[in-house]
Design a protein around this ligand. Structure first.
Ligand code: ATP
Ligand code: MG
Length: 248
């Protein structure tokens, strides 16, 4: 008999998304275990962002199901999923540049949890969580600066802080190292490592050395489907992955 421990944190069954004539995600069965880092890799247009948009609730699937801790969440809106712990960052940094760093974090909590916020958190705890999130990413000294004045690498850290303030159980990061310098990439890598001790992380990432360093398991997507899946050492050896993704 299946026990509670056998239930994955997140599971998709036959998850599909069609945009007009294009099937961006094709019958994806994904199973995420608790407190691991799962990387999703694959060429541009493979359907990675679309898949995580379906999981976070930003998009509705054309067909298929999504289960979170064994509960069917396929039809729940994004803010409900956020309040249950499914939190994402955008592939493109989305901040209010003229608000302060701290205000951006507070606002992110308020916007993403919607009206439910009053039930779950009062203003003081939103502030406390926002401060804690900024400390986690190392931006506490920049809290009162205008977000738009931050260097790009710090804006990406702020983006992650905005997600952390929501106390994620499942944190979805869509290309967090895109456009960063080597030093900044190292910062993000260290942060993800630290967070993964008590948060499950779904990481879309093009930088293969970051993937190899962080991922417990890799899912390779191509053309809307899962092409390969396994621990980094195995996926690295897969000839199909080498030809399609790594260009070898
Ligand atoms: N809102 C949309 N409307 C129509 N087509 C879309 C939409 N969003 C994505 N697509 C298409 O779906 C396919 C998958 O896109 P998606 O953004 O999921 O890929 P990706 O793997 O995240 O790529 P990248 O690595 O470039 O971020 C692409 O062909 C894209 O053009
Ligand atoms: Mg993408």
């Amino acid at each position: 008999m299946a026990s509670v421990e056998d239930v994955p944190l997140l599971e998709t069954q036959g998850l599909s998304k069609r945009f007009a004539g294009l099937e961006a995600v094709k019958s994806v069965d994904l199973r995420l275990e608790k407190e691991t880092v799962r990387a999703i890799i694959g060429p541009n247009g493979a359907g990675k962002t679309t898949l995580v948009n379906l999981i976070s609730g930003r998009l509705k699937p054309t067909s298929g199901k999504i289960y979170y801790r064994g509960v069917d969440i396929t039809n729940l809106p994004a803010h409900k999923r956020a309040s249950m712990g499914i939190v994402y960052t955008f592939q493109i940094v989305s901040l209010f540049p003229s608000l302060t760093v701290f205000e951006n974090v507070v606002l992110a909590v308020q916007r993403r949890l919607g009206r439910g916020i009053l039930l779950r958190l009062d203003r003081d705890s939103v502030y406390r969580q926002s401060e804690k999130a900024l400390e986690l990413v190392g931006l506490e000294d920049e809290a009162e600066l205008e977000a738009g004045a931050l260097p790009y690498g710090h804006q990406r850290l702020l983006d992650i802080a905005m997600a952390l303030a929501l106390q994620p159980v499942l944190l979805i990061l869509d290309e967090p190292t895109q456009g960063l310098s080597a030093g900044e990439i190292e910062k993000i890598t260290d942060l993800v490592k630290k967070l993964s001790k008590n948060t499950t992380i779904l990481l879309i990432e093009h930088n293969i050395s970051v993937v190899m360093e962080l991922a417990h398991k890799i899912t390779v997507m191509a053309d809307g489907s899962i092409l390969a899946e396994g621990p980094p050492s195995e996926v690295e050896k897969d000839v199909r992955v080498q030809s399609i993704y790594l260009g070898v």
